[in-house]
Design a protein around this ligand. Structure first.
Ligand code: AMP
Ligand code: MG
Length: 326
C-alpha cells in the first residue's frame, strides 16, 4: 500500500467518491459523512485495513467497528442470518440511524468485530455514504472518525483536526444532520435489546414497528465501546441544571469559562457561550461541535446544561455524562 499523504478535505462529488473507492480498494482509509457523525472507513472484508482504523484512531482493539451496508442484500454478505425481528426493524428504519447487532458471517474478519461472533451493521441514509458504499460494491467498516476518547466529528474539519495525515481523504458533505451516533440494538432474539441510546429512541422504535424492548438486564452486556472514556474535549466539562442557568449563579464559574445552554442565562456574559435555540434534537446536533468550539476558544471549563432524560435527551445525557467524567 502507498504511504498515506496529508489528509485532504475534498468536496464529496462523483469524481472524489471514485478516488475514495480507489483508496479503499488499496487498503487505505477514507473519512465520509453520514447523517449521524463522520465515519473513518476501510473495506470491511480486509482485516489488515480494519486494523489500520484502530491504529489511526488510537482505538482499543477490543472495541468493535460498525459495518456499513447499502441495503438488505449487502447485509446478507455480512451476517449469518437475518432473523424476523431484524427484518422488521430494517423495513421500518433503514436507511437510518439504527445499528443492528447480529451473528457475523465467516467472511467478516475478527479485527472488525474485536473477536466477537457478532457484528454491528447499519445502513446510513446520507447520500454520500450510500454512494460510496454502492460504488465500492462492498461493506465498509467505519467507527466515528475522531481520535479515540474525543468528541465525535460532525464536520469534515473536525476529522482533519483529529486525524490529519492518518487519513488519506476526507469527503466533505457538510455538517451532519443528527449529530449523535446511531442507536445500537441487539436484534438476535425475539425482542430488541438497547445497547446504546441514539436519536432514534426505543419509544419511537416500539411505536413505529409495534415491538416492545427486552429489558437490558444481566442478559445484555452493554456495547463494548460504552466502557471507555469518550467524547471529551481538552477543556473540563461540568454539567449544570436548567435552574442554575436561569439563576445566573454557577458555583466556581469564572470569566474564562464557557457555557452551552438552552435556558435563558441570567448571569454576566462568559468568554465562550453558545445557546441552542430549543429542543433536544437541536441540542444533539450542536453538542459535539460545541465541545470542539469551546476547546478551540481555550476555555478552562465548559459548563453544559443538562436535559431531561426523555426521548433524545437520554442519548444526549449518555454522551454528556461521559464527556464530563474526569
Ligand atoms: P462508533 O462507530 O465510534 O460509535 O463505535 C462503534 C460502536 O459500536 C462501539 O460503541 C462498539 O462497542 C459498538 N459495537 C460494534 N460492534 C458491536 C457488537 N458486535 N456488539 C455490540 N456493540 C458493538
Ligand atoms: Mg466513536
Amino acid at each position: 500500500m502507498q504511504p498515506l499523504k496529508d489528509a485532504s478535505i475534498v468536496q464529496a462529488d462523483a469524481r472524489n467518491i471514485r478516488r475514495a473507492v480507489d483508496i479503499l480498494r488499496a487498503g487505505g482509509l477514507v473519512a465520509f459523512p453520514t447523517e449521524t457523525v463522520y465515519g473513518l472507513g476501510a473495506r470491511a472484508f480486509d482485516g489488515a485495513a480494519a486494523r489500520r482504523i484502530y491504529h489511526a484512531k488510537g482505538r482499543p482493539s477490543d472495541n468493535p467497528l460498525i459495518v456499513h451496508v447499502d441495503g438488505e442484500k449487502m447485509l446478507e454478505l455480512v451476517v449469518r442470518r437475518v432473523p424476523p425481528l431484524a427484518r422488521r426493524l430494517i423495513a421500518a428504519f433503514w436507511p437510518g440511524p439504527l445499528t443492528l447487532v447480529l451473528e457475523k458471517a465467516t467472511r467478516v474478519p475478527f479485527s472488525v468485530t474485536a473477536g466477537h461472533q457478532t457484528v454491528a451493521v447499519r445502513c446510513p441514509s446520507h447520500p454520500v455514504a450510500r454512494a460510496l458504499i454502492s460504488a465500492l460494491g462492498e461493506p465498509i467498516a467505519a467507527p466515528s472518525a475522531n481520535r479515540s476518547g474525543r468528541p465525535s466529528p460532525t464536520r469534515a474539519e473536525h476529522v482533519a483536526d483529529d486525524l490529519g495525515k492518518r487519513v488519506a481523504l476526507i469527503l466533505d458533505g457538510g455538517p451532519c444532520r443528527l449529530g449523535l451516533e446511531s442507536t445500537i440494538v441487539d436484534a438476535r432474539g425475539c425482542r430488541p435489546v438497547l445497547l446504546r441510546p441514539g436519536t432514534l429512541t426505543p419509544e419511537a422504535i416500539s411505536r413505529i414497528a409495534s415491538i416492545s424492548f427486552a429489558s437490558s438486564g444481566r442478559a445484555a452486556p452493554p456495547s463494548p465501546g460504552t466502557r471507555y472514556r469518550h467524547y471529551a474535549p481538552s477543556c473540563r466539562v461540568k454539567l449544570i441544571t436548567p435552574s442554575a442557568v436561569r439563576s445566573g449563579i454557577i458555583p466556581g464559574f469564572r470569566r474564562r469559562d464557557g457555557l452551552l445552554h438552552i435556558s435563558r442565562w441570567g448571569g454576566p456574559r462568559p468568554a465562550f457561550v453558545r445557546r441552542v435555540s430549543a429542543g433536544s434534537a437541536a441540542y444533539a446536533r450542536a453538542l459535539f461541535a460545541s465541545l470542539r468550539a469551546a476547546e478551540k476558544a481555550e476555555v478552562q471549563t465548559l459548563f453544559v446544561e443538562t436535559l431531561p432524560e426523555r426521548g433524545i435527551g437520554r442519548a444526549v445525557m449518555d454522551r454528556l455524562r461521559r464527556a464530563a467524567e474526569s
